[in-house]
Design a protein around this ligand. Structure first.
Ligand code: SDX
Length: 430
């Protein structure tokens, strides 16, 4: 990282601030001494111009629509690798050798079961509880069952906790789904690969044998790769901030799941499909485009726009291709929702409003169509996002914990409330 500096003029004073450059992407002005030197804070709600940390894990070039995991393009990882290979890459920084991959698969597979007493945990929920509510609770509760991997200062415990979460979150996700639909839980079957195991835990029933459709398993595995990590997005920043206090890793990941649930973030895949269903027919698209452009209407095109991508989200392109692949495999000739999505994208990308604001489909725009075709109900879409993003959250949390300069995150504020005033008794109040 090269060091330079820039001068910041505040009133009659100039302050020299260090400038740090990374390997690629925007340089940063190190303002960590700004308050000490000037008595002023910077102000950046939403962190549109703020780098909260240094990281080596994922890089996005929003203008070019580029996404790299540890330097490898997402298109190549999605095409040639599997999800556990991506997990290894995100955690350790290099693609695994055959021996490393086999050992990693074995270690993850050996942690897929959860403590059987967790089954009782689910019984406390109503059947119609949103599966994301169950996931926030169940993943947080893991810390009550695995005390032997909550000491974040112990590298071995950090690794065990990481393996446990990568392995157990799919099991808990499948249990949340089975509980939601009133079917018995299905235990993991370790002879299956990661994603096939997950599909079986979701869709197998005791009454008959279940055969994994390898095309669907490959498609879902690719969807997991696409969702695995994405720089300092809202849920990852939540995990980092929770982890900066020394909270145990299970609690940090539960905080990430809670944040991901929001419709502006991971909840957008569920919201995008509901939007396509609400549009109902391609003839209704102009009405919804007009709503999205109307400043007085809070409606937004779900699955469109992104804080960083001001070009096509590379994941959305792969998601669209995967949607066609899955629909073809399932013999779904013309899915009206896909027709609406493609026409909506076509119209929006030719509309001045979307062009001027650089609004393109994001990863959530096509995922719902694919997941619905696979048999997942809409309320499970964000759960699947959480299954994939668990490894990204863990890799980012691990990077933060292992950073010797790490300290608790504690932002300041611009205060515009009441200045000091004296207490009045009830009798004195008018
Ligand atoms: C994810 O950060 C990540 O990396 C997230 C993620 C990941 O992998 O972790 O990529 C996953 O969360 C993808 C995004 C999913 N969310 C949605 O699809 C919800 C719909 N999109 C929007 O809510 C919005 O685009 C955001 C939240 C995604 C980004 O919002 P920003 O960066 O804060 O942008 P903004 O709200 O300031 O919008 C800029 C302008 C505004 O107009 P003006 O006030 O400048 O006139 O664009 C408009 C917005 O009104 N706009 C939209 C729009 N998104 C932005 N108008 C209509 N429809 C939209 N979808």
């Amino acid at each position: 990282m090269s060091a330079a500096s820039t001068s910041v003029k505040i009133g009659d004073n100039s302050q020299e601030m260090p400038v740090k450059s990374g390997t690629v992407g925007p340089s940063v002005i190190d303002i960590s001494k700004l308050y000490a030197q000037t008595g002023m804070f910077t102000y950046d709600p939403g962190f549109t111009s703020t780098a909260a940390c240094e990281s080596k894990i994922t890089y996005i070039d929003g203008d070019e629509g580029v996404l790299l995991y540890r330097g490898f393009p997402i298109e190549q990882l999605a095409e040639h690798g599997d999800f556990l290979e991506t997990c290894y890459l995100l955690l350790y920084g290099e693609l695994p050798t055959a021996a490393q991959k086999s050992d990693f698969d074995y270690r993850v597979t050996r942690h897929t079961m959860v403590h059987d007493q967790m089954q009782r945990f689910f019984q406390g929920f109503r059947r119609d509880a949103h599966p994301m509510a169950v996931m926030v609770a169940a993943v947080g509760a893991l810390s009550a069952f695995y005390h032997d991997s909550t000491d974040i200062t112990d590298a071995h415990q950090r690794m065990i906790a990481s393996m446990r979460m990568i392995a157990k979150v799919p099991t808990l996700a499948a249990m949340a789904y089975k509980y939601h639909i009133g079917q018995p839980f299905v235990y993991p079957l370790n002879e299956l690969d990661y994603t096939s195991n997950f599909l079986r835990m979701c869709f197998a029933v005791p009454a008959e044998d279940y055969k994994v459709n390898q095309v669907l398993s490959r498609a879902l595995d690719r969807i997991f790769i696409l969702h695995a990590d994405h720089e300092q997005n809202a849920s990852t920043s939540t995990v980092r901030l929770a982890g900066s206090s020394g909270a145990n890793p299970f609690a940090c990941i539960a905080a990430g799941i809670a944040c991901l649930w929001g419709p502006a973030h991971g909840g957008a895949n569920e919201a995008a499909l509901k939007m396509l269903e609400e549009i109902g027919h391609v003839d209704n698209i102009p009405k919804f485009i007009a709503k999205a452009k109307d400043k007085n209407d809070p409606f937004r095109l779900m699955g469109f726009g992104h804080r960083v991508y001001k070009n096509y989200d590379p994941r959305a392109k792969i998601m669209q291709k995967t949607a066609h692949e899955v629909l073809a495999e399932l013999g779904i000739k013309d899915d009206p929702l896909l027709d609406i999505a493609i026409e909506l994208e076509r119209i929006a990308l030719h509309d001045e409003y979307f062009i001027e604001k650089k609004l393109y489909p994001n990863v959530d725009f096509y995922s719902g169509i694919t997941l619905k075709a696979m048999g997942f109900p809409t309320e499970m879409f964000t759960v699947l996002f959480a299954v994939a993003r668990t490894v990204g959250w863990i890799a980012q949390w691990k990077e933060m914990i292992e950073d010797p300069s790490q300290k608790i995150g504690r932002p300041r504020q611009l205060y515009t409330g009441a200045t000091r005033r004296e207490y009045t008794t009830t009798a004195q109040r008018r």
